[in-house]
Ligand binder design. Structure first.
Ligand code: FAD
Length: 446
């Protein structure tokens, strides 16, 4: 056992702080807005898309015609989305264009769990055809977001530098091969050039290097905030401190109890992250076999007097650790995957010590002080691809789960896939053109 490094201080990520700062200002408004709307319970407004959505999922039942005014109190929605992480927020943003949507979140702040704890990266070399296609399409959104979506850039270029020791030659070869197969540009560079990118590499440790120049850093807090802002601007409702405790089918609609309210909708979207199987069981759905795996991260200072902001993400050829710039600091992870129950997870001393040790071996850095440490749950199903589709037995119960280590970088395309499947029963054409098919995403494949 490697001894834990001295002086490890704060827990929680910078992104969580950034999200808290945004929501401190806006959350009170959200809650007041929701309370105000609840106070207008008796208001009646015309049904919008519910007809097509209902008849698709409840073919034997009908709703009033287009011009009929169906009595809809404000506990009646077209879509209820459970979980305000990146998956739920982006899906709610897309769905609100199609019908009245409410996004319900147990925690006081959206993004509190895995979304607020990521490494904020987009890599084209991520293995898997499905993830690759969703990432490619999401890159277009990140680089050219819709007008008015955000005022600040969502992404900044941030290369990846793959490194290998002498004994990792085969691993680097394989990482390069599979990355190229996934469509990433990967360039073999010599150590001198690698040092120009990251001057702290230990020359006695690193033997070979490969550069992936087109990777991106994502402003996760900005992205989540923009999805939520856009959702609310479109008329969507966010309800925080609203844990979903029951999900029942009642005739043609779903009835969801959350935060002391009973909500009704044609469609329930399960975007509950590590809790997706728990929420699924509330709805009587068969589990998708989701495995939440804990991953640790730490931040620490770079060498004194050095601006590390333009450094690449340095990735070990066996993916045993990585480090990257995080604001003015460096962030590192031991790439741990420890099985966990769904919970508000925290890092173990051992994993913190392990990553500190691996970074010190691979670099000339002496790691005396860890600024922050945290852990988050990356949740995978057996084939490590996302689950986006209607439950095969519980019609109207839609899964948006299993985003593993790619949920941020795939969120724009994954949410459009979800909205397309829910509203039209098919994927958007641009995603089909990339070779994606509903059965590759559906829970029925598991
Ligand atoms: C260390 C680390 C590094 C990562 N790096 C990257 C990266 O570089 N790039 C990338 O794309 N991805 C990365 N990821 C993965 C990414 O963070 C996740 O895939 C993504 O955040 C998952 O989002 P989510 O919305 O599904 O889950 P979450 O953010 O966990 O959201 C689920 C929400 O559902 C809520 N919820 C659960 N049950 C209920 C209930 N009963 N009622 C109401 N609400 C409920 C929870 O409170 C939670 O807020 C990383 C993850 C970690 C931990």
């Amino acid at each position: 056992m490697i001894p834990p490094p001295i002086d490890s201080t704060e827990t929680g990520s910078d992104q969580q702080d950034k999200l808290a700062a945004f929501f401190d200002a806006s959350i009170t408004m959200m809650e007041e807005e929701y309370r105000f709307e609840q106070a207008l319970r008796d208001r009646i407004y015309p049904n919008r898309v519910a007809k097509s959505v209902f008849s698709r999922h409840h073919p034997s039942r009908t709703l009033p015609g287009k011009n009929a005014k169906r009595e809809r109190t404000l506990s009646n929605f077209d879509f209820i989305v459970i979980g305000a992480g990146i998956a739920g927020a982006s899906a709610a943003y897309e769905l609100q264009q199609q019908g009245q949507t409410i996004l319900v979140e147990r925690e006081p702040l959206p993004g509190h769990h895995t979304t607020g704890r990521s490494a904020a990266f987009l890599l084209d070399s991520y293995v898997g055809a499905v993830v690759g296609s969703l990432t490619r399409r999401s890159r277009v959104f990140f680089e050219e977001p819709p007008a008015g979506f955000t005022e600040a850039p969502l992404v900044t270029p941030n290369a990846v530098l793959w490194i290998a020791r002498e004994d990792q030659h085969e691993s680097l070869k394989e990482a390069t091969r599979s990355g190229r197969e996934a469509g990433a540009e990967l360039i073999e560079i010599d150590l001198k050039e690698a040092l120009a990118h990251c001057p702290i590499l230990n020359q006695d440790y690193v033997r070979e290097t490969v550069l992936e120049p087109s990777a991106l850093h994502i402003d996760v807090a900005g992205l989540l905030e923009s999805f939520l802002r856009g959702f609310r601007r479109r008329g969507g409702i966010v309800s925080t401190r609203a844990e979903v405790i029951s999900v029942r089918q009642n005739g043609e609609a779903w009835e969801v109890e959350a935060g002391g309210e009973t909500l009704h909708a044609a469609i329930v979207v399960n975007a509950a992250g590590a809790w997706s199987d728990v929420v699924g069981s509330l709805a009587g759905a068969k589990p998708i076999g989701l495995a939440p795996l804990r991953r640790t991260a730490i931040t620490f200072d770079g060498p004194p007097g050095t601006d590390t902001r333009s450094w690449p993400l340095v990735m070990d050829a066996d993916e045993d650790f990585y480090f990257k710039p995080e604001g003015a600091q460096l962030l590192a992870s031991p790439c741990d995957e420890t099985p966990s129950e769904p919970c508000d997870t925290s890092p173990e001393d051992y994993d913190v010590a392990l990553v500190a040790d691996r970074v010190q071996r691979a670099t000339t850095l002496e790691l005396r002080h860890i600024r922050r440490r945290w852990a988050g749950l990356r949740s995978f199903v057996a084939d490590r691809s996302p689950v986006i589709g209607m439950d095969p037995e519980r019609h109207g119960f839609f899964w948006l789960a299993g985003q593993g280590g790619f949920g941020i970088m795939t969120s724009p395309a994954a949410s459009r896939a979800a909205a397309g499947l829910i509203v039209n029963g098919r994927l958007p054409e641009d995603l089909e053109a990339l070779g994606l098919r509903p059965e590759m995403l559906s829970p029925s494949r598991l």
